[in-house]
Design a protein. Structure first.
Length: 232
């Protein structure tokens, strides 16, 4: 089932890239494996997937221990400061940074391990009360501040758009994200670039790609519905 789902998602990504005149290589598919067992991850791995997303530190660390070392782990969930120390060195990218304090903790723990951690700034693009992320108009100030830190590297922006039934409904938010990314890049000196745009989930990744996403995070569309009543 996972293999077939991946084929469909891959076809959809290709088609969206074509519609937008973009290259397939410019979009990374992150398979969101939260709550799913390692057998499911291995099935996707054997189908060629190397980028996986988790939203809990403990779960990511447990899976990191037992799964192949060439997997690129993405921390996509809200990160608590007291958990940062367990995570550093295990992720290729931390998607949900939304405060200077959190960035400082990542910086401090990264320095201790002598690594530089790549991060994204989470933007609450639709101003939803229930969501984490910063207000778009505060993004430039926060990014400038974080860029002073030596052991974190801001690679771009991330958002979790509203849950929608029709992908099209989120187009305006993806357009806002792209505009924000361009505005910030233009304001930044010394050719620092904000190349990564992590946006789009099962309900809206095709529209996100049409509007410039470089990473899409797809869970249900690959692994099926999540069952939160079961322990993994
Ligand atoms: C769970 C999750 C996803 C994947 O959601 P689906 O709707 O299952 O594709 C993507 N991004 C984040 C931040 C998530 O927590």
């Amino acid at each position: 089932m996972i293999k077939e789902n991946l084929k469909t998602v891959e076809e959809n990504i290709k088609a969206a890239c074509e519609r937008a005149g973009r290259k397939r290589e410019d979009v990374t598919l992150i398979a969101v494996s939260k709550t799913k067992p390692v057998e499911d991850i291995m099935e996707a791995y054997e189908a060629g997937i190397r980028d996986f997303g988790e939203n809990k530190v403990q779960e990511l660390c447990d899976k990191y221990e037992v799964l192949p070392k060439d997997i690129r782990w993405h921390m996509i969930g809200h990160l608590q400061k007291n958990k940062v120390k367990y995570l550093i060195g295990k992720t290729v990218l931390i998607h949900g940074v939304d405060s200077y304090e959190l960035a400082c903790e990542i910086n401090k723990r990264s320095e201790q391990k002598n690594v530089v951690s790549d991060i994204l700034i989470e933007v609450n693009i639709a101003n939803e009360e229930t969501k984490f992320g910063i207000r778009p108009d505060t993004a430039f100030a926060l990014i400038s501040q974080i860029m002073e830190l030596s052991y974190v590297n801001v690679k771009g922006l991330m958002c979790i758009a509203p849950y929608v039934v029709v992908s099209e409904q989120n187009r305006e938010y993806f357009q806002k994200m792209l505009k924000l990314d361009v505005d910030i890049t233009n304001k930044l000196s010394n050719n620092r670039r904000m190349d990564v745009m992590s946006m789009g989930m099962t309900c809206d990744y095709e529209t996100a790609i049409e509007e410039g996403a470089t990473m899409v995070r797809v869970g249900t569309g690959i692994f099926g519905e999540r069952d939160y009543s079961k322990k993994t």
